[in-house]
Design a protein around this ligand. Structure first.
Ligand code: SF4
Ligand code: SF4
Length: 311
């Protein structure tokens, strides 16, 4: 029997402006979609990778499910607000085509809110009605979704580019992806297993070993790969040597070192002071560059993120 999702969780997600799609997926308006259409300001990924913020859908096929309970995560986790469910009891999955259609519909609904907005850039709004990019990253672990490769393929067949953001704890799924994303992100938010257990709070056995297995797999991908480090002051910014070893193993195209942001449900677990300053992210990135063959190639102080690459 499928696990019923607590109505209080659905209400909390609605309040946080998640648009549920089918049984287990969701789209949420990214702050940068709004900023791009209303204030002509784009997210750092537009600057780094050319992704147009106003044509980007932020979604997840794994709204309620994850293999980790990271302290810094903005999603609702089991136990938050005294709401309980089993994050690893997976449902029967909706079909990829249904999820893609539902995501497009949800994005169109979000965009309808800008009709009549006096500051909306009409050309951008018109373009936004034809989204070109999807960030499969919003919440939960997307590789838990059974046909994740098929989902990527359906988006590609519709002319989308894709970002897939994984925590790397399901290497078996990544190794047999039927379709690679345009860009694959793997989160590395700890320099060693002890910090990993404390900060990323895995809910599956051998998660650290599985993450390491994923990092070893990365060189076999044809797509661009990115190691994403979410850095939390006082929690995971020490021991740069440990991060350097993991980076060597993955040999990713890029590394994004990024500050934790005190938003969403993470504010139930961390305080405001846990957000590093951009200066601290830069220092961390410089330490990483010193220990690896990577160089700092770009940064966004507003998003407190530094981009490194060997290219
Ligand atoms: S790439 Fe990410 S941050 Fe940028 S607009 Fe898309 S969802 Fe938002
Ligand atoms: S892996 Fe991602 S979705 Fe899961 S708890 Fe961590 S940050 Fe949140």
């Amino acid at each position: 029997m499928e696990q019923p999702i607590p109505p209080s969780l659905l209400q909390a997600l609605k309040k946080h402006k998640y648009h549920r799609v089918g049984k287990h997926s969701a789209v949420k308006r990214c702050k940068w979609l709004y900023e791009s259409i209303i204030h002509d300001r784009a997210c750092y990924k537009q600057k780094f990778y050319g992704i147009k913020s106003h044509q980007c859908i932020q979604m997840s096929p794994s709204l309620f499910y994850c293999t980790q309970q990271c302290l810094f995560c903005w999603r609702a986790q089991n136990g938050d607000l005294q709401i309980n469910w089993d994050e690893m009891k997976l449902p029967s999955w909706d079909a990829p085509e249904e999820i893609v259609q539902g995501s497009l519909k949800a994005q169109a609904k979000i965009l309808s809110g800008y009709n009549g907005h006096p500051k909306a850039n009409w050309q951008k709004l018109t373009e936004a009605l034809r989204p070109r990019h999807v960030a499969i990253s919003l919440t939960g672990e997307p590789t838990l979704y059974g046909p994740i490769g098929e989902l990527i393929r359906v988006f590609h067949n519709r002319g989308f580019t894709t970002f897939l953001v994984s925590n790397g704890t399901v290497p078996s799924k990544l190794s047999e992806l039927s379709e690679e994303p345009t860009q694959l992100y793997v989160s590395v938010c700890a320099p060693n297993e002890a910090v990993f257990k404390r900060v990323c709070r895995p809910q599956v056995p051998n998660a650290w070993a599985k993450l390491n297995e994923t990092l070893s797999l990365l060189p076999s991908f044809r797509c661009r790969t990115v190691i994403r480090m979410t850095l939390v002051k006082g929690h995971n910014m020490e021991e740069v040597d440990g991060y350097a070893e993991l980076v060597e193993k993955a040999n990713s195209t890029y590394i994004e070192a990024k500050a934790y942001m005190h938003v969403g449900f993470s504010s139930l677990r961390l305080d405001y002071g846990s957000m590093p300053q951009h200066r601290e992210i830069r220092e961390f990135a410089a330490g990483l560059a010193e220990r690896t063959g990577y160089s700092i190639i770009d940064e966004s102080s507003e998003s407190r993120v530094v981009l490194l690459s060997k290219r």
